[in-house]
Write a protein that binds this ligand. Sequence first.
Ligand SMILES: CC(C)(COP(=O)(O)OP(=O)(O)OC[C@H]1O[C@@H](n2cnc3c(N)ncnc32)[C@H](O)[C@@H]1OP(=O)(O)O)[C@@H](O)C(=O)NCCC(=O)NCCS
Length: 163
Amino acid sequence: MRFKKPFPEIEFDHMRQSDLQIVADIERQSFSDPWSLSTLREAIGGKNPHSHFHVARLNQVPVAYVNYWLILDEAHIVNFAVSPAHRRKGLGKYLLAESLECIRDEGGRQVHLEVRRSNIPAQNLYCQLGFRLVHIRRRYYQDNDEDACVFHIGNLLEVDLEA
Ligand SMILES: CC(C)(COP(=O)(O)OP(=O)(O)OC[C@H]1O[C@@H](n2cnc3c(N)ncnc32)[C@H](O)[C@@H]1OP(=O)(O)O)[C@@H](O)C(=O)NCCC(=O)NCCS
């Protein structure tokens, strides 16, 4: 493990079928437009060879997850959340930093993601990990017509993930 764990019982791993139900619960608690159980299942099912799904487990129970697609040297973070009961403990930053390290090891150099304009907690976290706001997509989210902020890392090799 390369990054300091926010607490020792945390385990960083690939998502398994047995994590699905709890991850779906966190998903519903975290988003106004949550992914369904079947969408989550597809993301780990191997149909999409570019999809990578990681979890952080606390005492074997998933408490945070991230899903990204990696195509050649470009990664797109497509889903990321921490269980409401475990927020503000450094878990989100830890999991995303570990995942960025995996992306780097797998040859990824650019990383991008979309985040709601109102989602200041996530934007603060992304800035801490070297992402920069590069673009606004107007009315990107269909459930409430909210704008998306596009955040980008241009060269992962230049980011100090342990800062
Ligand atoms: C965004 C989210 C993943 C952050 O996870 P977390 O584990 O609570 O974040 P961390 O404890 O690792 O915090 C890291 C940094 O993020 C920022 N941050 C996190 N929560 C914040 C909040 N409520 N308000 C302001 N900044 C916040 C801070 O800069 C924090 O650093 P600090 O503790 O030194 O101030 C979590 O709030 C979440 O799951 N939200 C709902 C789902 C979501 O928005 N996902 C992202 C979609 S793009």
